[in-house]
Design a protein around this ligand. Structure first.
Ligand code: GLU
Length: 436
């Protein structure tokens, strides 16, 4: 289960310098702010506005006592951070993971601000999380904790205030419980969460929107560079909600998925994996092992990230491409399905090698665009045709790439820097227009 994964933490903080210093370890929020400062340099944004862009509007930590199945009382920590709302209601997922902490939630909330601005949807950025391992909870416990979290933040969220969605470790079921908890206080309001079950007003196209968006961006990036996706070799790391649907749609767009790896191992087939069959296998067995086509290796035997390919899609954890393995990467393109899979140091190195890195805030933004469509349908009390949703997603993703590419040309910078320039500029312009 789960949505776009987030970066792991590093310990030291240095968020003042505008340039990315490869020798200095930044915290996740410090690293995002270094990017924002770099974009602000290029855009000539003054110090007072930079403070606005590099500060979270509201950071809330709640204590979540709940009773487990044995009747014991447990306490978890929950967070909801609203980073910047000048362009619209706050928007962002809720993450259930044992390593969730405030700095990481702030970083992810900030990334949501830039992501929503890049794809030009009328939302600000937010993120939430609980420091829990959901795989260790029973369904009843998970439901109880999800409801408790919503009740603890119910005054700060709302369909026009702050809208939650799935992220790592959460899924439509969790959204359904949270929506119900909110209803008990505020009455019928399906637009309070996106990525909810279809039967509760969820969009049937939300589940695969992130993976489909990754595939659409990959196709467009190649076209922009006078290449075609057909027959290109693709390697994916991660086979959760993002990786599996990215693989499926890339396969349907006639790319050749030659390897897929996750915590359970690596499946390889030089002739191309039948992704639909692999998805059916994974659905039934919850592991890649035992798939009766291609060749299987354990994670210890084979690092999927280092396999030769045209396109590498890291769609699992953050910080997986780092100084220790960056020189072993053999892909020509890296499309960031996960949030923050490439460390700043590795990013600098890969750029020097001429490897094209398409950043998370552009590559995986299809998820929040799908959420925007779901929210808009809930607000309209109306369902769109499924073909409309797919066409609209392609329009939003293509327009986002066009904006980023033109900034890349104008400033002679890479896609990541250009994505931040587009996002930061849109948020800055909205702040100025509001009279801030
Ligand atoms: N959690 C997803 C992300 O990081 C989606 C957020 C949303 O749909 O609000 O982009």
């Amino acid at each position: 289960m789960g949505e776009v994964p987030a970066p792991r933490k590093s310990r030291r903080d240095n968020r003042k310098g505008p340039m990315i210093q490869s020798t200095v370890k930044l915290t996740p929020f410090g690293a995002v702010n270094a990017r924002v400062n770099r974009a602000s340099d290029l855009l000539g944004i003054k110090e007072n506005y930079r403070r606005l862009l590099t500060t979270c509007w509201r950071e809330v930590k709640v204590s979540l006592p709940f009773t487990d199945d044995k009747g014991e009382m447990n306490v978890y920590e929950g967070y909801r951070v609203q980073h910047n709302g000048v362009r619209g209601p706050y928007k962002g997922g809720v993450r259930f993971h044992p390593e969730v902490d405030l700095d990481e939630v702030k970083a992810l909330a900030s990334l949501m601000t830039w992501k929503c601005a890049i794809v030009n949807i009328p939302f600000g950025g937010a993120k939430g999380g609980i420091n829990v391992d959901p795989s260790k909870l029973s369904e009843r416990e998970l439901q109880s904790l999800s409801r408790r979290f919503m009740m603890s933040v119910k005054q700060m969220v709302g369909p026009y205030k702050d809208i939650m969605a799935p992220d790592v470790g959460t899924n439509p079921k969790v959204m359904g419980w949270m929506m119900d908890a909110y209803h008990q206080v505020h009455g019928y309001s399906p637009a309070i969460v996106t990525g909810k079950p279809v039967t509760l007003g969820g969009s049937p196209d939300r589940l695969d929107a992130t993976g489909l968006g990754v595939a659409m961006i990959t196709r467009r990036i190649l076209e922009e560079r006078k290449e075609f996706l057909s027959g290109k070799s693709v390697v994916l790391q991660g086979f959760g909600n993002v990786g599996s649907f990215a693989a499926l749609h890339l396969h349907r767009m006639s790319a050749k998925v030659v390897a897929v790896g996750d915590v359970t191992g690596v499946v390889r087939d030089a002739n191309g994996i039948d992704v639909e069959k692999l998805m059916a296998h994974f659905e039934a067995k919850r592991t890649l092992a035992g798939f009766n086509e291609g060749e299987f290796s354990s994670r210890e035997q084979l690092d999927v990230l280092t396999l030769p390919c045209d396109i590498l899609v890291p769609a699992a954890l953050g910080h997986v491409i780092h100084s220790g393995n960056m020189d072993k990467i053999k892909a020509r393109y890296i499309i960031e399905g996960a949030n923050g899979p490439v460390t700043p140091e590795a990013d600098e190195y890969l750029n020097k090698q001429g490897i094209i890195v398409v950043p998370d805030i552009l590559a995986n933004a299809g998820g929040v665009v799908g959420s925007y469509f779901e929210w808009a349908q809930n607000i309209q009390v109306h369902s769109w045709e499924r073909t409309t949703t797919k066409l609209e997603l392609d329009k939003f993703m293509s327009a986002a790439l066009a904006g980023v590419s033109s900034a890349a040309k104008k400033f002679n910078i890479n896609y990541r820097e250009a994505a931040f320039v587009v996002g930061v500029d849109r948020v800055y312009q909205a702040a100025v227009a509001r009279g801030h």
